[in-house]
Structure formats: structure tokens, C-alpha cells
Design a protein around this ligand. Structure first.
Ligand code: NDP
Length: 442
């Protein structure tokens, strides 16, 4: 083994991405220096300077080389290059090692971890793959006040970590990895990860959740991490005393806007129509802050461009407004006005897209937006998909409720359905069914 390089990680308080990065290094047994920039302006300045102006944590360095934040570190790991940089022994790429598991669960959000708890207790020895956003959406929220059993609320990351611990206690294995593809023409299923690892599994629970949506406007990609963010809890504190803009009209936008008032001089909520989608609880909380002058709401308004640079961050945003709503669809309308605002940061809270690319070539039915279509209805097998042995749970199925508690409920159902399937000799049954037919065609 080569000598380990000097690894440094800048992090901040309440930062899930920082935890993901340090968890990844921990899982590799790598030692690193951890610098917490929260409440330390000098250290924060040092991080920003070393990270070429990026005002977001974590920032990972290996032997003084900037690796970047979680996305870049994770991508490097997926490409198999992180181990090289860390001086770890790298597999020689010889014979493909294939490990067999009874049950593979894709995703460690609330659905995946609940499925893991139930599956482990049923002796199905689940392998749970963390995916690109370990812990799922809840790790990006602050307090979870509506999960039953926590009268004083619980932080999203704490809830996830508790569940992970609980699943591990019953024998679930949690591993870093992103599923690239599932081959459903063979039994057991062949599951390939983006890092090249391959597993076979008798049953699969897809609980891979959904990822933050972006607007697709000029400046957005270029400034992501430099003042544009999809996570207020992660990045809000970096823009203290600046004006901040939150895009969206759902619960997430309301929650993020409320949270950001801790740091911002003013928070603007930009929503594309008149009515909010958010529940009354959040609308009332936001209204209180509007009354206090901490939040301003811009209805029937959309952002069309974010202007700035990685060096200077976000400088201005261009917006359009029309009293009828959806102004970008009415650009030619004489009532549509165009204006600009000087803000220091833009937070996107416009919903999520399901992570189901790895199922695209399978027989699992996906709807137009990519959500998994499960059997639903009453009685057993509600989480079953069109492919026997593949089950769906959580935000990857549910575009409507999308609550932690509903995800937990579906995770539980998926584990029970998978257990019924495995106990019912599903593997043997199908060997005489379609899969076997497909094999004999070859
Ligand atoms: P939602 O889908 O509920 O809301 C997304 C918002 O973004 C909508 O107001 C939508 O506008 C707007 N939007 C979507 N695309 C665009 C676009 N291209 N340009 C401008 N605006 C756009 O997503 P959330 O993430 O807010 O919530 C998802 C789920 O998570 C919900 O079920 C919610 O209840 C839950 N949640 C619960 C929380 C809680 O504390 N209980 C906190 C956060 C989320 P329009 O309304 O016009 O479609």
C-alpha cells in the first residue's frame, strides 16, 4: 500500500454533505484533518480562497489539491479514481467478483432504511446501497416536526442516523454505491453499480428517492455552489446579512425561506403563480415573517437568469412577472414586466425528479416523469412492480404524499412484500417462467 496523502476536509455545522464526505472517507479507513468553518470567519475565508471562491462546504483537499465538495468527491469515487488519490490499494480489475444477496435495497432514505429494518428482522440479510445522496432528502431538512413519536421534533439527519443504526443492529449491511443497472432477464437479478461492482440478488427494493429539480436557466449551472443552492440548511449560513431569494411555492420553499431568515437581511420567495401549494401550517408561519418584515413574497413571478461569477458569486437575478401567473409562458403579453434584483444567493425549492434511470431497461413500468408504477390497491403486494421480485417504495413511487412517515410505511410494505415473494419460492417459480424462456431463447 502506498503512503497515505494528507487529506483535509472543511466542513460546517448541520451540513449533511459534509457528513456524507467524512462518512465516505471513514468507510475507506482514511485519516483526515477536519476544519469546522462555522463561527470562524477566518477559517471560512481560508476555505473560500483555497476552493477558488466556492462558498459551500464541504471542500475536500488531498495533498493540497482541491477535490471539491460532496458531488465532486463522490464522482471521483464512482469513477474509481479516489482510491488512487488516497493511496489505497486498487483492485486489479481481474476476474469480476460477484456477491450474491437475498435482498438488495437501493437507497438509504426513510423508505430504504425502514425496508432494511423489516427485511433484516425477517432474516433476508439486506444489502442497502447508499446512493448519491446518502440518507435521502431528510438529511437536507432541519427539524422534522411531523414524524410521529417525537413530540419535540427531531432533526432530519438524526432521524436517518437512528434508522441506519437500527437497521444495522438487525444485520442489514449499508454500503456506499449507486446502482447503474438492473438486469431483470436473469434470475437472480444482476445489479451493476456505477463503480463497476456487481451483485446478484433474489429480490430488489427500489427506494432510490428523488433529487432536487433545477430551473434550467442561464447562470444556474455555472453558479451552483457559488451562491446558487438546492439546500438552504447546508449553505444559508454562508450568505449572512445578504438578501436571499427562494424559488418555489411548496412546503420546501416555505420551510427554507423561514430557515433563511436566521441569516438573511431579507428573504424573497419567488413563486410562479398566485396560490401556494404549501400546507396552511407553512403558509401561516411564512405570513408571520412577512408581517415582521423578514420575508417578502413575489407572486406570479419567475427567475429567467442568474448573473454573477464563481469569483464574485451571485450578483443579480432577472425576473418576469405577469398578474395571470406563469409569466415565462406570457413573455409577449403587454402585462408582463421584466425586472432585476440584487441578491447574494438563490435557493431552489421546486420539487424533485425520481431517481429511476437504472430501471429504464427493465420491465418495471415508469410513468412519464419517471416515477415507478406499483400495483397499489388493497391487500398484499401493493409495492410490487411489473417485474416479480422488484418492489418500489418512497419518493421514487410517491409523487403525491412525499412525507417521511408515508415513505416509512411504504418501505415497511416493500420489505413484507419482498419477504412474501422470497418465502413463496418466487425464485424457483420464475425459473420456469418468463426469465427461463428468455434464457432459452439465447
Ligand atoms: P412541491 O412539488 O410540493 O412544490 C414545488 C414548488 O415548486 C411548487 O410550488 C411549484 O409550482 C414550483 N415549481 C416547480 N417547478 C418549477 C419551475 N420550473 N419554476 C418555478 N417554480 C416551479 O415540492 P416540495 O419540495 O416543496 O415538497 C415535496 C413534498 O415534500 C411535498 O409533499 C411536501 O409536503 C413535502 N415536504 C414537507 C415538509 C414538511 O415540513 N412537512 C417540508 C418540505 C417538503 P406550482 O405550485 O405552480 O406547481
Amino acid at each position: 500500500m502506498t503512503e497515505q496523502p494528507f487529506v483535509e476536509v472543511y466542513c460546517k455545522d448541520a451540513c449533511p454533505y459534509c457528513e456524507w464526505a467524512t462518512d465516505l472517507l471513514d468507510s475507506k479507513g482514511v485519516e483526515y484533518e477536519l476544519y469546522n468553518v462555522s463561527g470562524d470567519p477566518e477559517l471560512f475565508e481560508e476555505m473560500v480562497e483555497r476552493a477558488n471562491g466556492r462558498e459551500t462546504a464541504p471542500e475536500v483537499f488531498i495533498d493540497d489539491e482541491l477535490i471539491g465538495g460532496w458531488d465532486e468527491t463522490h464522482a471521483l469515487d464512482e469513477a474509481g479514481e479516489l482510491d488512487h488519490k488516497l493511496g489505497l490499494a486498487v483492485a486489479d480489475g481481474g476476474d469480476e467478483a460477484v456477491e450474491h444477496r437475498k435482498l438488495l435495497i437501493a437507497g438509504t432514505g426513510i423508505a430504504g432504511l425502514t425496508a432494511a429494518i423489516y427485511a433484516a428482522r425477517s432474516n433476508n440479510e439486506p444489502l442497502v446501497l447508499e446512493g448519491g445522496e446518502p440518507g435521502g432528502q431528510l438529511t437536507l431538512t432541519t427539524e422534522v416536526d411531523n414524524y410521529p413519536g417525537f413530540p419535540q421534533g427531531i432533526s432530519g439527519p438524526d432521524l436517518v442516523n437512528n434508522m441506519k443504526e437500527q437497521a444495522s443492529r438487525f444485520g442489514a449491511t449499508v454500503k456506499n454505491g449507486v446502482v447503474e443497472s438492473v438486469d431483470d432477464t436473469t434470475r437472480p437479478f444482476r445489479v451493476e453499480l456505477t463503480n463497476g461492482d456487481v451483485y446478484t440478488a433474489d429480490a430488489v427494493v427500489a427506494a432510490s428517492g428523488a433529487s432536487a429539480r433545477t430551473l434550467g436557466i442561464p447562470g444556474e449551472d455555472e453558479l451552483m455552489g457559488y451562491g446558487v443552492s438546492t439546500c438552504a440548511t447546508c449553505d444559508g449560513a454562508f450568505f449572512r446579512d445578504e438578501e436571499m431569494l427562494v424559488v418555489g411555492g411548496g412546503d420546501a420553499a416555505m420551510e427554507e425561506a423561514s430557515f433563511l431568515t436566521k441569516f438573511a437581511s431579507t428573504v424573497y420567495i419567488v413563486h410562479r403563480r398566485e396560490e401556494f401549494r404549501a400546507e396552511d401550517y407553512w403558509i401561516d408561519r411564512v405570513q408571520e415573517k412577512v408581517d415582521d418584515g423578514e420575508i417578502e413574497i413575489l407572486r406570479n413571478t419567475e427567475v429567467t437568469e442568474i448573473v454573477g461569477s464563481p469569483e464574485e458569486g451571485v450578483e443579480t437575478v432577472s425576473l418576469v412577472r405577469n398578474p395571470e401567473g406563469h409569466p415565462t409562458e406570457r413573455l409577449e403579453d403587454s402585462e408582463t414586466e421584466t425586472f432585476e434584483m440584487d441578491v447574494g444567493a438563490v435557493f431552489l425549492a421546486i420539487g424533485h425528479t425520481p431517481n429511476t434511470d437504472y430501471l429504464a431497461d427493465t420491465g418495471v413500468e415508469l410513468d412519464d416523469e419517471g416515477y415507478i408504477v406499483t400495483k397499489g390497491g388493497k391487500g398484499a403486494g401493493q409495492t410490487a412492480t411489473d417485474v416479480p421480485g422488484v418492489f418500489g417504495a418512497g419518493d421514487v413511487v410517491d409523487f403525491h404524499y412525499q412525507q417521511a412517515v408515508t415513505a416509512a410505511g411504504m418501505g415497511c410494505k416493500a420489505a413484507i412484500d419482498a419477504d412474501d415473494y422470497l418465502e413463496g419460492g418466487g425464485v424457483a417459480e420464475r425459473a420456469t417462467g418468463e426469465a427461463a424462456a428468455a434464457e432459452s431463447d439465447d
